[in-house]
Design a protein around this ligand. Structure first.
Ligand SMILES: [Zn+2]
Length: 311
């Protein structure tokens, strides 16, 4: 082989190897199920849960599901709703605490929020008994981590004392917005609108991943393991297979949340206080005193926002 050809060969092998080393953990919020349509809860929740778990297993994704246990408290459906969570555990997934009723921390005192955390994983811990010891994870609803420094630090201390790690995210794809027109179209049997929303959602998801891949090395001078946040809803029941396939095609390998959190990047302290729920890429960048340009972070298309806002 001529030296120049050898060089081309080496470069090709190295760049392929780099593409293959991308890693990601997948986290799924608002378990057991985000209800959108007016239909009965259980049949829809059972269908969505089965589809999501089948897809996760197909793509060998060790996901973490974040539970709101208030959803379980529904008269004679309690056991059937707990069965949905049992299916997650049986499928090898981990369950985490997302508070009991999904309150907005901005609207709650520290004491009220602590109560929500304590009530948040009573059933979950019983279901996860066979998996002990395992890392406890907490995710703030709407990723609102505290609108004042005092509140933020008080809850962080409370969580750490109870063995929880706060779960960040580096990519979210506004699935809760797309899910509104999708679920309504589904209920009406409007397959044309379902397809239109699905196509826009997949395109938007790719754009959010592009952005995370572009901005991460600007913050940390290297690629980082990504942490994806989506919800247990009808949209993902139908689209997750395609999303995970596209991620695989981009060179992602799906790993546990423990593995992603073990990367030193995830030890970066988030000191950014705000009332919104931005990604940790934004928070870490701010915490490091950087002034990076996040204006390229994509927004969902206007027509989707309009349908969401007119719900
Ligand atoms: Zn949530």
């Amino acid at each position: 082989m001529k030296p120049i050809l050898l060089l081309v060969f080496i470069v090709a092998v190295v760049s392929t190897a780099q593409a293959q080393t991308r890693t990601m953990a997948v986290t799924i919020d608002d378990l057991p199920y985000v209800r959108m349509s007016d239909g009965e809860y259980l049949p829809s929740a059972q269908t969505a849960t089965a589809k999501i778990l089948k897809t996760l297993k197909k793509h060998k994704v060790p996901a973490v599901g974040f539970v709101n246990e208030r959803q379980l408290e529904f008269g004679n459906q309690r056991e059937a709703r707990i069965d949905l969570l049992r299916d997650w555990v049986k499928s090898g997934m981990l369950l985490g605490n997302h508070t009991w009723s999904h309150p907005d921390f901005n609207q709650r005192t520290v004491a009220q929020f602590q109560e929500e955390i304590e009530k948040g994983d009573v059933v979950t811990r019983q279901l996860m008994q066979s998996r002990r010891p395992y890392q406890l994870y907490f995710r703030h609803p709407m990723t609102h981590t505290g609108d004042t420094l005092e509140k933020k630090e008080a809850i962080e201390k409370f969580l750490a004392a109870r063995g929880y790690k706060v779960t960040p995210h580096t990519i979210e794809n506004s699935d809760y917005i797309f899910n509104v027109p999708y679920a309504h179209a589904m209920q009406k049997g409007d397959t044309a609108l379902m397809k239109r929303v699905r196509d826009a959602y997949l395109e938007f998801t790719s754009a959010t991943i592009d952005f995370a891949e572009k901005i991460s090395p600007q913050i940390f001078n290297r690629d980082i393991p990504q942490l994806f946040l989506i919800h247990a809803n009808d949209l993902n029941a139908d689209c997750l297979d395609e999303i995970l396939q596209r991620l695989t095609d981009r060179g992602y390998k799906f790993v546990t949340l423990d593995k992603v959190m073990a990367d030193p990047v995830y030890a970066t302290k988030d000191t950014y206080v705000n009332k919104y729920g931005p990604t940790w890429l934004f928070r870490w960048s701010k915490s490091k005193g950087q002034e990076l340009d996040f204006s390229g972070e994509p927004d969902p298309p206007k027509w989707v926002m309009d349908l969401y806002n007119s719900r």
